[in-house]
Design a binder for this molecule. Sequence first.
Ligand code: FES
Ligand code: FES
Length: 270
Amino acid sequence: MNENTPVLPRRSAVAGTVAVCGLAAGCARYGGPTAPPPPDAGDGGGGGETGTGSAQAPSGEVLGAAADIPVGGGKVFKDQEIVVVQPVEGEFKGFSAVCTHQGCLVNAVADGTINCDCHGSKFAVADGAVTAGPAPEPLGEQQVSVTPDGQIVLGEAPPAETTEAPAQEETTEAPPPGLASTGDIPVGGGKIFADEEVVITQPTAGEFRAFSAVCTHQGCMVTKITGGTINCECHGSKFAVADGGVTAGPASKPLPERTVRVTGDQISLT
Ligand code: FES
Ligand code: FES
């Protein structure tokens, strides 16, 4: 192509009218948020004018892998008319790939410049500034970002996919296996749990009580529950299923009460 070649006005309808994301917004760092604005944004001439940008490409579009962008160089994404550069390791910038001379697409990035072969314009990788004419203005910046997984995307990187832990199912906590099932305890009677040294009684339907199974006479384990009493066969002491009170000696003190919790049909000690 030469001066006489009709130039396809790539996005030229909007060139010069679309505000670019600004020199500040055009760069991104690996794995991090958009980098702060470079201090020398105005270098290269014409930087104060924001009318040289290309049309805004759809934000969020993935351009390619950050790993494919050479440090000190860049890569032209023709379809998106974006050139992505990596002036220093880990710092990525995007520029419009539309040459500010006559709207050709820049076609190469080499030796620190972004090159337009139509008429030889060159732009600095660092900031898109003109390093060789006839282009009169720097390339417009385009915001690019790097996703946490190393992809260059147009605009802001989409928020990291929140791999939200699946909502904890509101499982009504299964009651811990109890010491006994309510069905195990006869109404008006009870059951002795020797290992736990406890006796559970059900004096009236649905009322559960628990007592120490250790006889208060001389410490034998009670052995039977009959006739509404908890019985110690060592010397014949008896205790009421209702409250553990002594109904027959020689024990003189009631069985100490234990507290129980009934969850569903499970009875457990507390
Ligand atoms: S269009 Fe002329 S140098 Fe790029
Ligand atoms: S130890 Fe129970 S009656 Fe003596």
